[in-house]
Design a binder for this molecule. Structure first.
Ligand SMILES: Nc1nc2c(c(=O)[nH]1)N[C@H]1C(S)=C(S)[C@@H](COP(=O)(O)O)O[C@H]1N2
Ligand SMILES: [Mo]
Length: 397
């Protein structure tokens, strides 16, 4: 019997304190996002099936997965609805949980690469029927790898599922993992233990927890959460009824956009400038777009965007590359972690005039030149908001 925590009606959804979140490059206690109960599973009996368009269907135990070459990625896992509160308050009401800026965590994930698991099964796409009118150019563009968790029902479907394009799944450099470990310890139940997908750069909704099925198929996952909700609908889809016609016509959200957030000071707080020069310490995090990281630059403004200063960036954990904290018998740091998917923490001392109702802004640019705009376009579900980071209503004394 699987022991369950919470329920389909009342799943666990919470985000950590912002000041704590931006105080550590590796997130020890991140946000929780669930569409159903949290199952507590037996790692010694759990199996992951690999089926569909493969030459050998597989049923892999956790021990089988641990016996494959293990890969470490330090990456941010972010809910597509992170910063929804800002979109809702700045632009217009949206539908969804009122996430502030903390539905993201930067962790060290370790496990076999999805491409190695798929290689073992042997992906085999039969040639498509010529009558499809296919010109053969990109014959496999409709091929996807679907992930599923059938352990519990969810709020909108009988199971939880997602998919990513096959090309991404087969790409070694995309570093999609079947994560068995998080921050040098076995993956805990709330974050998907004993095994979850970690798809770096891609909206958290695709990183299926309590993974029990992988299917190679010629269509996206039919699951509710792939077909709805995690999509950037056009502005004319402005209510549930109008959105209904758009869900099947808009692509599922995958890569998340470049982003940054002001973590300290918090909006509405009173801040004291430095005794000598009046400068205020501002801190936050920044995220690269999809596979285009790492973050290259973060600028901060204390005067509403007229002048900007460059922030100092922390782009790695001090422990990376020099041993690190290891558990007995584990060697999570044997290979250096990849860092292009990681977030960065930043800090800057900025000049803010004394008085009430002051604003601090932040804007990030990643290694590929993607930069934040002041505001992003409204969408019905309030996903992928990436306007400038901001702390508003500050009183500087
Ligand atoms: N099985 C399952 N996987 C899931 C979900 C879920 O509800 N069930 N939620 C998804 C969403 S929307 C997000 S943002 C991340 C959250 O992961 P976390 O709870 O570890 O933060 O898991 C994803 N994987
Ligand atoms: Mo999410």
């Amino acid at each position: 019997m699987v022991h369950l925590e919470y329920s389909v009606e009342k799943p666990l959804n919470r985000e950590p304190d912002m000041e704590k979140l931006v105080s550590s490059f590796i997130t020890a206690e991140g946000y929780d996002r669930n569409h159903g109960p949290i199952p507590h599973m037996d790692a010694s009996t759990h199996r992951v099936s690999v089926s569909g368009l493969v030459t050998h269907a597989l049923s892999l135990s956790i021990a089988d997965l641990a016996a494959l070459p293990q890969h470490t990625v330090v990456c941010a896992l972010q809910c597509a609805g992170n910063r929804r509160h800002t979109m809702r308050t700045k632009l217009k009401e949206v539908s969804g949980i009122d996430w502030f800026d903390g539905a993201v965590m930067n962790c060290r994930w370790r496990g076999p690469l999805l491409c190695d698991v798929l290689a073992q099964a042997g992906v085999c796409l039969p040639a498509k029927d010529q009558r499809d009118g296919n010109d053969g150019d990109d014959d496999d563009a409709d091929a996807h790898v679907a992930f599923a968790c059938h352990q519990t029902p969810t709020q909108d479907d009988a199971y939880y599922g997602s998919s990513i394009p096959l090309s991404r799944a087969l790409s070694r450099s995309a570093s999609v993992l079947l994560a068995l470990r998080m921050n040098n310890a076995p993956l805990p139940p709330n974050h998907g233990g004993p095994v979850r997908i970690v798809a770096p750069g891609i909206a958290g909704a695709r990183s299926v927890k309590w993974l029990d099925g992988i299917t190679v198929q010629r269509a996206e996952s039919a699951n509710y959460y792939q077909q709805h909700d995690y999509k950037i609908l056009p502005p004319e889809a402005d209510c549930a009824a109008a959105a209904a016609a758009w869900w099947p016509r808009v692509a599922a959200l995958h890569d998340m956009p470049v982003n940054s957030v002001v973590g300290v000071p918090r909006s509405g707080s009173t801040v004291r400038g430095d005794e000598r020069d009046g400068m205020v310490l501002v801190k936050g995090y920044a995220l690269p777009a999809g596979a285009e990281g790492p973050v290259a630059r973060v600028e901060v403004s204390g005067d509403g965007g007229e002048t900007w200063v460059d922030a100092e960036l922390v782009l790695r954990d001090d422990r990376d590359g020099n041993g690190g904290e290891e558990e007995e018998g584990e060697d999570d740091d044997a290979d250096p972690a990849e860092l292009k998917w990681a977030w960065c923490l930043w800090s800057a001392r900025v000049k803010i005039a004394r008085g009430k109702d002051r604003t601090v802004l932040s804007r990030a640019t990643d290694a590929s030149g993607n930069s934040q705009e002041r505001c992003s376009q409204w969408n019905f579900r309030g996903v992928a908001y990436n306007g400038y980071g901001e702390a508003t209503g500050l009183e500087v004394v």
